[in-house]
Design a protein around this ligand. Structure first.
Ligand code: SAM
Length: 231
């Protein structure tokens, strides 16, 4: 029953069943923004000196990037994920680390309900792109000071030969489960120009948009990484 609540829950459920108990893990040596581990920028995309900064990750999954940022960069990280199972997994992997908190909840609700400000908010194939940008981006802006950094990676809107959305509505996409079955989700598939428009309406300026390829996926780009700052 619960598995029907969200494709992301079904995804986490199968992962957990396949992987068994989540063990404590070593902290990853770098941050991953793309579909291809070791590729693309590391944590430097979030700013030159992160020590002591407050970070929020939207859609943290099992918490690998949050763990890296807390343990290797001396940041205070909160990772939020819609699915309680993912949060439990993240806590099993990295709950021993200092300055790292994992919270179950919808990204938008968390932004509306949490206290205080962050220096950096980021998402790696997480909630940004999966939640209505007209609601999510202004809620993020309210939690950042002027100059605060927002960075997020999303599946590239031209992956596999697709076309970016011609309007502001979401497209139908799928989550592929570990057993290869697919469940439908809605995803906002914006080009960098359209992201720039939405970011600007929410009080950000876009500072970079980079695309990355993965040779395993042919010649189309697979990842779009956007960086913006609060005005
Ligand atoms: C593709 S996974 C990426 C996980 C992680 N960022 C990583 O790179 O390993 C997407 C994650 O976003 C979470 N998610 C989806 N919608 C969300 C929402 N509205 N609020 C918070 N998390 C969400 C899912 O539960 C899932 O764990």
């Amino acid at each position: 029953m619960l598995a029907q609540a969200s494709p992301w829950h079904a995804h986490a459920l199968q992962r957990t069943a396949a992987a068994g108990l989540a063990e404590p893990l070593l902290v990853p040596a770098r941050m991953e923004w793309t579909t291809r581990p070791g590729q693309g920028p590391d944590a430097d995309v979030l700013g030159p000196d992160l020590r002591g900064k407050r970070l929020l990750e939207l859609g943290c999954g099992p918490g690998h990037n949050a763990a890296h940022l807390a343990a290797r960069h001396g940041t205070h990280v909160t990772g939020v994920d819609l699915v309680g199972l993912q949060v439990r997994r993240a806590r099993s992997h990295y709950g021993r680390l200092h300055n790292l908190t994992f919270v179950a909840g919808h990204a938008l609700h968390h932004l509306q309900a949490c206290d205080g400000q962050f220096d950096v908010i980021y998402s790696v194939f997480g909630a940004i792109g999966l939640v209505t940008p007209e609601f999510l981006l202004p809620a993020i802006a309210r939690r950042l000071p002027p100059g605060g950094v927002l960075a997020f990676s999303v599946p590239h809107p031209q992956r596999g030969g697709r076309r970016p959305s011609g309007d502001d509505r979401p497209r139908r996409d799928h989550v592929t489960l570990p057993d290869r079955s697919r469940l439908p989700i809605a995803r906002w598939e914006f080009s960098p120009d359209r992201w720039e428009k939405h970011l600007s309406l929410a009080g950000f300026w876009l500072t970079s948009a980079q695309e990355f390829h993965d040779p395993r996926a042919g010649h189309w780009p697979t990842t779009l990484l956007i960086r913006a700052r609060r005005l």
